[in-house]
Design a protein around this ligand. Structure first.
Ligand SMILES: NC(=O)c1ccc[n+]([C@@H]2O[C@H](COP(=O)([O-])OP(=O)(O)OC[C@H]3O[C@@H](n4cnc5c(N)ncnc54)[C@H](OP(=O)(O)O)[C@@H]3O)[C@@H](O)[C@H]2O)c1
Length: 285
């Protein structure tokens, strides 16, 4: 492992080992950023603890508190990250359980949707907190995670967070928690918009007479190729669209129908509504 790896002296505790925690653990190990001996996890169910231990060789605890205490730094060169990865409705209970068990040097990284830094800091009596918002493609290392940090998080801890989140795909540090809510609406809720469009296009293919299998293959690769092409060409989407829209042609006909059906406005309203909902849910916690 290279000396430049910011996680080389870090131990990590995953509180709640479900889908998202497993995605991070798998990514960290796949990229060899840490070894299994640097990771512990906690989970209330024994079969899940056994599964995680067998699959990744990590130590698992029944008690969340024990996992946190186990990773506490022992010397000045050691560091420790506590990843909170439970469902939002479980968080309050977990924070109560962890209160008083963290040492000042430990960094808390939350992936819990809607939980604000201030509320977690208050409940944990702990200042160093990072709030993140990943998305589902993280599960295959193709995610995008927005994150922000409390003022107590130091530069080294920020590098550690960046390295950890890049194990899930890309990571973007945003300026504040308002932008976390914005990312929740755009990149975290975003896959659902794309899956809906994907489903509608596949159904349209079936409507014309393709088998579902063929329609699916045509749509999947078309969407993947379009994204890669847009990214590599660095052109504005409107320019790319104009390149394939010949006068009186098929694209012009289809675009006319999409504009008539207000597709653009519908998408914009959907993202805005998701943003308002994210803000509201955050305020309720
Ligand atoms: N999945 C995503 O793509 C995604 C994207 C963005 C944000 N997030 C956020 O990530 C967090 C985790 O989501 P997830 O999809 O990984 O959910 P998940 O698969 O349900 O993982 C949560 C895990 O925590 C366990 N758990 C329940 N009570 C616990 C307790 N008291 N102490 C410790 N562990 C406990 C659950 O066990 P049981 O299975 O027994 O209930 C479950 O395995 C959520 O807050 C969500 O908002 C997820």
């Amino acid at each position: 492992m290279a000396d430049t790896n910011p996680l080389s002296n870090c131990r990590l505790a995953f509180v709640g080992c479900g889908v998202m925690a497993e995605a991070i653990i798998a990514g960290l190990l796949r990229k060899q950023l840490v070894g299994p001996e640097q990771i512990v996890g906690s989970h209330p169910r024994e079969p899940r603890r056994e599964e995680m231990h067998v699959k990744y060789g990590i130590e698992m605890f029944e008690s969340n508190r024990d996992a946190v205490v186990d990773t506490a730094p022992e010397g000045p060169d050691d560091s420790s990250i506590i990843v909170l990865a439970v469902k939002p409705q479980r968080l309050r209970h977990v924070l109560e359980e962890l209160k008083g068990s963290l040492v000042k040097e430990q960094l808390v990284v939350s992936v819990v949707a809607g939980a604000t830094i201030e509320s977690m800091a208050e409940e944990l009596l702990h200042a160093s907190i990072v709030r993140t918002m990943p998305n589902t493609p993280s599960q295959i290392g193709e995610g995008i995670t927005a994150w922000t940090a409390s003022t107590s998080v130091n530069e080294n801890q920020e590098s550690q967070v960046r390295a950890m989140l890049e194990a899930l795909g890309k990571a973007v540090r945003v300026e504040n928690e308002r932008q976390i809510d914005m990312a929740t609406a755009l990149s975290a809720t975003g896959p659902t918009y794309i899956f809906l469009v994907m489903e509608a296009l596949i159904d349209a293919g079936v409507h014309m007479g393709f088998s579902r299998h063929v329609a699916q293959e045509l749509v999947h690769q078309m969407m993947l190729g379009s994204v890669l092409f847009a990214r590599e060409s660095h052109k504005h989407p409107a320019e790319l669209r104009n390149m394939v829209t010949s006068p009186g042609g098929t694209s012009a006909e289809a675009i006319y129908q999409m504009e008539k059906g207000s597709l653009r406005t519908v998408l914009s309203k959907a993202v805005w509504a998701a943003y308002q909902k994210a803000e509201l849910l955050g305020r309720k916690k």
